[in-house]
Write a protein of this length. Structure first.
Length: 246
């Protein structure tokens, strides 16, 4: 067995008297998709925020490729290859795919000795290449992303993460707001990330999506890890039982 990309060991996180996470462990290997399942308030968001540098944990360790890490900010986690895509996607609606990929990290070029200007050519090339890598076809690469469907916007957010060489992609309910054909496309995107050797953690309420793409399912219940299963060794009924208890 190779060393995991990510190893979460005995992590606890409290908000005042609320035990949002209690002694939770999980790992993630390159080329693997782990689904996080659990009812509302189970601790799913808290766990991904602990991994992505939003929350500091109160106990336990997080190791990246075998080394213990503590991040002071989400930016530090990103610098180490952990990209998190929240439900709001954090896209700038009025900008193109390329501009969204470079949001806050815009490439500049010198224009005849004057002030540096945005390198739009480089941004357009990056957009084209990134969407090609995801095998995701978009007609109007220069259009503002507000013109795109929910699935296409999800693809742009994923594209931004892989352009910056994310090793680990974390997605909070990536298919929740989408219609069925678009859900399928996002599931296909997750499969292509797996084929590219990325590690993917995704939160989902949709058992169909979980069983379609996950290599392992980690179930949380009231801050505790209720179980971990491989899709071919469990059933939807068992996952629901783990989620709700009893
Ligand atoms: N920033 C916070 N402050 C106080 N309590 C929080 C905070 N974030 C989460 N919680 C609490 O921690 C528990 C787990 O929440 P969360 O991780 O959001 O669950 P999930 O994402 O599985 O719905 C809940 O009881 C929630 O109310
Ligand atoms: Mg949540």
């Amino acid at each position: 067995m190779t060393e995991p990309l990510l190893d979460v060991r005995g992590v606890s996180k409290y908000f005042g008297g609320v035990h949002a996470l209690e002694d939770v462990s999980m790992d993630l290997h390159a080329g693997e998709v782990v689904a996080l399942a659990g009812d509302n308030g189970a601790g799913k968001s808290t766990l991904i925020k602990a991994i992505s540098g939003v929350h500091k944990v109160d106990r336990g360790d997080i190791l990246l490729e075998g080394k213990p890490v503590t991040y002071e900010s989400p930016q530090q986690a990103r610098d180490h290859g952990i990209e998190t895509i929240y439900q709001d996607l954090a896209l700038a609606d009025n900008l193109s795919i390329g501009a969204n990929i470079f949001l806050g990290r815009e490439p500049k070029r010198k224009a005849f000795g004057f002030l540096p200007v945005l390198d739009r050519g480089l941004m357009a090339d990056a957009a084209k290449e990134t969407m090609r890598r995801l095998d995701f076809h978009v007609d109007r690469l220069s259009a503002p992303v507000s013109a795109f469907s929910g699935g296409q916007r999800q693809a742009v957010a994923i594209g931004r993460a892989i352009y910056w060489n994310a090793k680990i992609l974390i997605m909070d309910e990536p298919t929740a707001a989408l219609g069925v054909p678009e859900q399928r496309k996002v599931i296909a995107l997750i499969k292509s990330l797996k084929e590219q050797g990325k590690g993917v953690i995704f939160i989902s309420h949709n058992l169909g999506d979980i069983f379609a793409v996950a290599d392992r399912i980690v179930v949380l219940r009231r801050g505790i890890k209720a179980g971990e299963r491989k899709p071919d060794e469990t059933t939807g009924d068992e996952i629901v039982r783990l989620m709700v208890g009893g």
